[in-house]
Design a protein around this ligand. Structure first.
Ligand code: PHB
Ligand code: FE
Length: 330
């Protein structure tokens, strides 16, 4: 994932004489940053985004390998994952951009989009700004180029070999591992379950306190895989402020609100038109249908369990009408 290991090169300019940032080119798309904004140009149009919002979205697109389906940075710009190639688009899933015929979409090999986005991220993120951190827990994304934050932009997932906390495995999310309890979860109990394994099975049976584990998460809007059973992925995460992307589904996904609350704006995937508001409180479950886009707002750091269907086949089944767009019909 990191730029130095790649042999595919991104296209970029020399650093800007005043702002210090490089411009990037991907096909006919041009990307430029200044003190406050990311500017994107394509043959029939242009777009401007707040640089903090742009970098938070870019960080996730890179770290998640372009995710499932659509990663909309906002209602105009984004990517769509074809798992081997990636569409980069502007206005292609916005009803009015389509109507005005100023939309633009290019398909590129995943490696090229990754190389471009990784280099842009590393060049445009300043010292002290971590795009994965909640806004109150990191520095400012604004201003002229000053240093870099490779520790943040090259953050890789920590992998457990068996189950978190098992003997010989990573001591993830403990004081020992350097993960203090987050300020928003000071009231979350840190006790662990009692395990009474049969003799001889002490190294086979394990359990841990998921609430305690999540209370020590140092990032926001970054689901981790805690269980993988065939294609059923349980991905809990801690959320604060705004989900930096507007996710467009290519499959159904389920949300379980484990504590506090998140407000979701749900829209139509192809046109960005608003479709529903979903206010999820502790204990609520919801399913996001395969034809929607959604963005969450978490007023206080909260815990969310995202349940993903990781099947590579389900996307094709939905497109062929063999699998439903809505998981339940009432
Ligand atoms: C989602 O798009 O469904 C999503 C992404 C990241 C999160 C939570 C939900 O942290
Ligand atoms: Fe989603």
């Amino acid at each position: 994932m990191n730029a130095p290991e790649q042999n595919i090169k991104s296209q970029s300019s020399a650093p800007h004489p005043v702002f210090g940032y490089r411009d990037f080119k991907l096909g006919q798309f041009e990307f430029r940053r200044d003190e406050y904004f990311a500017h994107i140009r394509w043959p029939k149009g242009s777009h401007t985004m707040d640089i903090g919002n742009f970098l938070r979205a870019l960080m996730r697109d890179v770290a998640w390998g372009f995710f499932y389906g659509w990663v909309n940075f906002d209602d105009v710009f984004g990517t769509c994952n074809h798992y081997g190639t990636v569409d980069v688009f502007a206005g292609s899933y916005n009803g009015n951009y389509k109507k005005a015929k100023v939309d633009h979409l290019e398909n590129h090999p995943t490696d090229l989009v990754r190389a471009t986005f990784v280099d842009m991220l590393e060049d445009w993120v300043n010292e002290g700004f971590d795009p994965f951190a909640a806004p109150q827990e990191t520095g400012s994304p604004y201003g002229r180029r000053r240093g870099e934050n490779l520790k943040a932009t090259r953050r890789a997932r920590q992998l457990a070999k068996r189950c978190v906390g098992m003997k010989d495995d990573a001591k993830l999310r403990t004081d020992e591992g350097g993960y203090p309890v987050n300020r928003a979860f000071a009231d979350v109990a840190q006790d662990q379950p009692e395990i009474h394994a049969e003799l001889g099975f002490e190294n086979e049976v394990h359990a841990f306190n998921l609430f305690a584990y999540l209370s020590r998460s140092d990032v926001t809007w970054n689901p981790s895989f805690t269980t993988v059973v065939k294609y059923s992925f349980m991905c809990p995460t801690t959320e604060e402020h705004i989900l930096p992307i507007v996710h467009g589904n290519d499959r159904v996904e389920w949300f379980f609100q484990m504590c506090d609350e998140i407000h979701w704006n749900v829209g139509t995937k192809d046109t960005a038109e608003p479709r529903a508001r979903v206010i999820m409180k502790a204990g609520d479950m919801a399913a996001m249908p395969a034809d929607c886009r959604h963005q969450g707002f978490s007023p206080k750091r909260s815990m969310l369990l995202v349940w993903e269907n990781g099947s590579p086949q389900v996307v094709h089944d939905i497109q062929a009408g063999l699998s439903p767009v809505n998981p339940v019909s009432f």
